[in-house]
Design a protein around this ligand. Sequence first.
Ligand SMILES: NC(=O)c1ccc[n+]([C@@H]2O[C@H](COP(=O)([O-])OP(=O)(O)OC[C@H]3O[C@@H](n4cnc5c(N)ncnc54)[C@H](OP(=O)(O)O)[C@@H]3O)[C@@H](O)[C@H]2O)c1
Length: 331
Amino acid sequence: MRAVQYRRFGGPEVLEMAEVADPTPGAGEVRVSVRAVGLNPVDAKTFAGDPRLRLVESLHTLRDPGRWFGRGPDRFPRGVARDFSGVVDAVGPGVTDLSIGDAVLGTLRSAPGLGMRKGALAEKVVASHSDVVLKPEALSFDTAASLGVAAQTASGAFRRLDLTDADILVISAAAGGVGSLAVQLAAHRGATVIGIAGERNADYLRSLGAVPVSHGEGIRARILAAAPQPVTKLLDCFGGQYVSLGFALGLPGRAIGTLVPSPGAIIRGARFTGSRHGRPDDLQEVSDLVAEGAIGISLAGVHPFDIESVRDAYAEQATGHVRGKIVVRLS
Ligand SMILES: NC(=O)c1ccc[n+]([C@@H]2O[C@H](COP(=O)([O-])OP(=O)(O)OC[C@H]3O[C@@H](n4cnc5c(N)ncnc54)[C@H](OP(=O)(O)O)[C@@H]3O)[C@@H](O)[C@H]2O)c1
């Protein structure tokens, strides 16, 4: 089968199309014939060998040098991407909830930096049955492939922040892959949402159910003007200055969640959250909401499965201004 791999860290140019053996599902796993793959910024951070992720990797290697991702010949090649949709074509021992022929969506779960060897950008992928759910019929394979990381991240963050319908919630990078979903999920749960994005995304954010506020100088004053009552929580989907903004809005650290933590943010008491607080059933819940039309997914682009197009797709994502999700379609 064809699979995207890399043999050294770098930008999208390190990605190659390789011919590899079909993987075999082990106990508790299924093999999926992949129809579409959703891209996430963490994919590129991983193949770039982001120093923060490599630090995580080396800490684990110190504790357990026998792990495959240790510095040795086993380190490369590595696969790329996490989120996929497709059709189950083989089932490992002990799997009773999925069968050959089931249309599914899923995500390859692993802490970033732990050098996940397999990747979703392949014609076939093996995943734990608990990370794969049945695809509602109303969902296209493209949309289904875009849900995994975003659904577990947004749901996990709201679990950690204990979001309620009484909250006035600020979300940064509200027009991105996670932010677009987070805005709609929070609004669906009854919270009032103020979304931060560039001015060109103001109408888009309104369509998702948020009051739009543009990023840049003077943002605190714009949020105070936009909020009907005092802000109660902030979910930072961007990093950098937004944790400080939460404190400047008068929030305590426990009411500020960030997906992109910095040591300063954590020392000040903000919460590092996201997929680490997600649960397997979050994906089913979100995919059902999308299938019902309660939540919509905006696809910024659907690319074919050839190496130039995959590299272009990651280059587009690296601009940092993608609205919604980018998908690679395999068949
Ligand atoms: N901790 C976790 O579990 C976890 C999980 C998933 C993602 N993440 C991380 O969370 C981040 C967001 O992921 P994503 O998939 O949503 O990324 P994304 O789709 O690439 O986000 C792009 C969005 O960022 C917005 N943006 C750009 N500059 C901004 C600024 N200065 N202020 C506010 N928004 C700005 C853009 O809006 P405009 O074009 O309007 O500027 C765009 O819509 C990434 O760093 C990712 O690695 C962490």
